[in-house]
Design a binder for this molecule. Structure first.
Ligand code: CAO
Length: 416
């Protein structure tokens, strides 16, 4: 059996944040029923399309293992159907713009009245405050959560990360909130509201930068390259380029082929415990005991010289050779892997990190497998549903509607 088998989830989510949450829950065995507007469905079905007439990769890669029900929840009959489904299910997840669900007539109070055991989970851009009514997308969340102001180089623009920390970050936080609420419900019998503002989720992931903000009042951040380069700090945590965020200095260094290959680089951490091995590997054994280099504190003012010496060595090796040599000596490094390299890596295919999925309209495509491994709840990634593929089955199985009732719902226009 799977961990969440028997849990029924009304997935009223769209775009990326909400769907990434419900996909996780579906991977763990929940029956995730995606409610979509008849005729159009989740807007991402037709965004960034690569094959005419097929659901986009944007949609398919965020909606695995779910079922699809088309339902117009602004239609009176559609509202009644939704009410019946709320009574029958365990969780309702949504990430509409602030107020949209209430305008449909489904406030938390109403949902609670219909089903006191229901867990009602929402993602919005902001929590309570001056911006609570705003619509928010990924990059906006990265900006208002402190990620953009602390990403990039000190002399450049704030930068957006390609890691979807606003959307998928909120989805992860919400998934944890939902399973926690399910756990509490086992003891209390009551549902509850679970709410994740994207701003809060991003700030949570930028925790170390709020740490640095407070350290600033005690003096310069000595591990930042900016300090080593003699550039004064302002009054806010600056952008730190590729500096390691922790107490062990790290940078991105060139490897063999860097002039033509945009990804011929390695990340290199000078972990204190690996110092003597690093000196050996780069051919500078004298630095091992030299008081100017032997301790982390002594090394900090010389980091540019040290990283230059390491890079003189990494430039003679491919990023994979650097990995092999350093890995053997427990020196923490990592090649800068392109998406092409990740997609084609046989070991990632074997481990299920990257999976190949068959789809009846688009054929085979690659996706990312479930990154959370439970030894007793194995995940088999299955394709995303076609729009409305399971409408009748869900009305019958979950709503308890007869064939005649389903027909009259269809005539009302509620299911398209
Ligand atoms: N039947 C009938 N109506 C439906 C429906 C259905 N099955 N599904 C959705 N709708 C309606 C909603 O009720 C809403 O109608 P009103 O505006 O009339 O109340 C309408 O569709 C659109 O909803 P929306 O405002 O949420 O959508 P949008 O495309 O304008 O905004 C987004 C998208 C993401 C900016 C907004 O939903 C949002 O801010 N969500 C919260 C934050 C979030 O999750 N952002 C991440 C998105 S991924 O980057």
């Amino acid at each position: 059996m799977q961990a969440l088998e028997g849990i029924q989830i009304l997935d009223f989510t769209h775009v990326q944040s909400g769907p990434s949450c419900t996909q996780l829950l579906a991977w763990f065995g929940a029956d995730v029923i995606k409610i979509e507007r008849p005729g159009t469905g989740d807007i991402t079905r037709t965004q960034l399309c690569d094959i005419e007439g097929a659901d986009s990769l944007y949609f398919t890669m965020l909606n695995h293992n779910k079922r699809s029900l088309t339902l117009d929840t602004k239609n009176e009959t559609g509202k009644q159907v939704l009410e019946r489904l709320i009574c029958a299910c365990d969780v309702l997840v949504e990430n509409f713009a602030p107020g949209a669900l209430e305008r449909m007539g489904f406030s938390w109070e109403h949902i609670q009245k219909l089903n006191p055991r229901m867990i009602f989970a929402s993602i919005k851009g902001f929590g309570a405050g001056p911006y609570e009514d705003s619509k928010v997308y990924e990059n906006v969340a990265q900006c208002v959560g402190g990620a953009a102001s602390t990403t990039g180089f000190p002399d450049g623009l704030p930068l957006i990360s390609s890691a979807q920390i606003g959307d998928a970050g909120a989805g992860l936080h919400l998934a944890l909130g939902i399973v926690t609420a399910l756990f509490q419900r086992q003891k209390t019998g009551r549902g509850q509201k679970v709410f994740v503002p994207m701003q809060d989720g991003v700030l949570n992931l930028c925790r170390v930068k709020l740490r640095d903000q407070q350290r600033l009042s005690a003096g310069p951040l000595t591990e930042y390259s900016q300090h080593i380069d003699g550039i004064p700090f302002g009054d806010a945590t600056p952008r730190a380029g590729n500096d390691s965020g922790g107490g062990q200095p790290g940078r991105i260094l060139k490897c063999s082929g860097w002039k033509t290959d945009p990804n011929a680089y390695t990340y290199f951490v000078i972990q204190a415990t690996a110092w003597e091995d690093i000196c050996e590997v780069i051919g500078n054994p004298d630095w091992k005991k030299d008081p100017q280099y032997a301790t982390l504190g002594a090394r900090l003012p010389h980091l540019n010289t040290i990283f230059d010496a390491i890079e003189a060595w990494t430039k003679t090796k491919t990023k994979f050779e650097v990995m092999e040599t350093c890995g053997k000596r427990n020196i923490p490094v990592g090649p800068i892997l392109s998406m092409k390299e990740l997609a084609e890596d046989p070991s990632l295919r074997a481990s299920g990190t990257v999976v190949e999925i068959d789809h009846p309209v688009r054929g085979n495509y690659l996706s990312v497998g479930c990154p959370i491994n439970l030894s007793d709840s194995e995940v088999r990634v299955t394709r995303s549903p076609l729009l409305g593929e399971h409408t009748e089955k869900i009305l019958r199985e979950v709503g308890g509607y007869s064939a005649a009732e389903t027909e009259s719902i269809r005539v009302s226009g509620a299911i398209g």
